[in-house]
Write a protein that binds this ligand. Structure first.
Ligand code: GRF
Length: 192
């Protein structure tokens, strides 16, 4: 059956947009049923609105992460989501939320994990002098950027790359990777 996706995003929302575009084109058999943002002015909210997808801004207070997570979890459960898609969601998710949706939260990270976890992975890749960089979609577990890898795509690092130019080329691959990884993971889950 068509997986029901709940998306969490904080900003630009280009990964969310590429997933939804693949859905609309028929290339990805899934449905985004709700988008949640922790930032009131996130462009991702506007993208959802343009696609006619229900969206909600939930304020995030670092000193009370559980408040956001309880509200987000309630929305996700009310919409009967099969998978939670982190698409540029810039907050740490607590073990409480991860346990509640164990094995059902996916994240995209702009490096070839397990290399360059955490912040500024593209800069980390340049500083390390690697010749191949890329992006990874993985299942979210308690340890950051460490869950089982679903799919990856690589890009060649050029000698004159800057953090920005490398990030831009990786982003092009992210947009191809995330819909592909959702397809792979959903098929695997429904075959169980
Ligand atoms: C992407 O590079 C993603 O890998 C990272 O944050 C960025 C979000 O971009 N986690 P967008 O909001 O999907 O455009």
């Amino acid at each position: 059956m068509k997986p029901r996706l709940g998306v969490l995003a904080s900003g630009r929302g280009s990964n969310f947009q590429s997933i939804q575009t693949e859905i609309v084109s028929g290339a990805l058999d899934a449905e985004v049923v709700v988008l949640i943002s922790d930032r009131e002015r996130a462009p991702a909210l506007e993208i959802a609105e343009n696609f006619g997808i229900e969206s909600r801004y939930i304020p995030y207070d670092k000193s009370n992460r559980q408040d956001f997570e309880e509200k987000a979890a309630a929305m996700i459960e009310a919409h009967d989501c099969d998978l939670i898609i982190l698409a540029g969601f810039m907050r740490i998710i607590t073990p409480w939320f991860i346990d509640r949706f164990a094995g059902r939260i996916l994240n995209i990270h702009p490096s070839l994990l397990p290399s360059f976890k955490g912040l500024h992975p593209q800069k980390q890749a340049l500083d390390a002098g690697v010749k191949i960089a890329g992006c990874t979609v993985h299942v979210v577990t308690a340890e950051m950027d460490s869950g089982p890898i679903i799919a990856q795509r690589s890009v060649v690092v050029f000698d004159d790359d800057t953090e920005e130019s490398l990030s831009d080329r990786i982003l092009v691959q992210e947009h191809l990777l995330y819909p592909e990884a959702i397809r792979i993971y959903s098929e695997k889950r429904s075959a169980r």
